[in-house]
Design a protein around this ligand. Structure first.
Ligand SMILES: *[C@@H]1O[C@H](CO)[C@@H](O)[C@H](O)[C@H]1NC(C)=O
Ligand SMILES: *[C@@H]1O[C@H](CO)[C@@H](O)[C@H](O)[C@H]1NC(C)=O
Ligand SMILES: *[C@@H]1O[C@H](CO)[C@@H](O)[C@H](O)[C@H]1NC(C)=O
Length: 215
């Protein structure tokens, strides 16, 4: 684990931002929402990866919510295709602050947390996204998967509709094998839950020889 720690942390941040952006849908105000400016994005390619990523379970948690209305949270396991999650969340109020909290777990015999906990205010992050490798990976993934949602605040005052899945092409070749669980909590400034979920997924090496070469 120590050897992989840094990579796990990078990966955790990448995934968390993607999942977060996935639920940020453009609000339908009078002015068109302004896209987040991020010129330094990565162009992902479909090169084969030495691992397979699979979401095994996705659970919406802490339901029902006080201030938002979760209309749909449905995981569909598909043979030979990525697990897809359908989410529909009505957010009646306008949001200019969205707090995002991530806790990450890696399984040995049981899930244990590893030292990645993020707690960020999203609107401020959008105004000033950083260009470090982790952020670049995350922003690039989000810009590719849901460009229409990548806009500055305000958010809310709308129903967010999202299909979410994970693809190998978004992840670095050095992604460690294992079972992961990520807990995400989106809340407002009063600590009221806007949306909360757990993602369980596994990363499996595709072949010994290939992985030896690529490590
Ligand atoms: C909420 O969205 C509606 C359109 O769906 C818009 O007319 C209204 O101005 C918005 N309200 C606020 C406070 O942004
Ligand atoms: C990304 O790369 C592919 C192939 O290398 C190319 O066809 C495509 O135009 C590129 N897209 C962007 C936005 O640079
Ligand atoms: C929100 O919860 C944290 C602990 O999780 C607490 O420190 C903070 O004071 C709470 N804020 C409000 C506004 O309740």
């Amino acid at each position: 684990m120590a050897r992989y720690g840094g990579k796990v942390i990078i990966f955790a941040r990448v995934l968390s931002v993607v999942v977060l952006f996935a639920i940020n849908r453009s609000s339908s105000g009078a002015e068109p929402p302004k896209p987040v400016y991020y010129p330094n994005r990565i162009n992902f390619t479909n090169d084969p990866k030495p691992f397979a990523v699979r979401v095994t379970k996705f659970v919406c948690t802490k339901t029902p919510y006080e201030r938002t209305n979760l209309l749909l949270c449905k995981t569909v396991l598909r043979r030979n295709q990525p697990t897809v999650v359908h989410i529909k969340l009505h957010v009646p109020m306008v949001l200019n602050e969205i707090y995002f909290k991530l806790d990450t777990y890696y399984r040995y015999n049981e899930y244990r947390s590893f030292p990645v906990t993020l707690h960020t205010e999203v609107c401020a992050y959008f105004r000033n996204p950083s260009d470090d490798p982790m952020s670049r990976q995350a922003m690039s993934m989000a810009l590719e998967t849901m460009p229409q949602y990548m806009h500055y605040c305000p958010h809310g005052n709308t129903t967010y509709v999202m299909d979410y899945w994970l693809e190998e092409k978004f992840f670095p070749k050095s992604l460690p094998a294992g079972d992961f669980r990520f807990d995400v909590w989106l809340h407002d400034r009063d600590n009221q839950t806007l949306f909360s979920y757990q993602t369980f997924f596994s990363v499996r090496r595709r072949g010994v020889l290939k992985s030896l070469i690529e490590w």
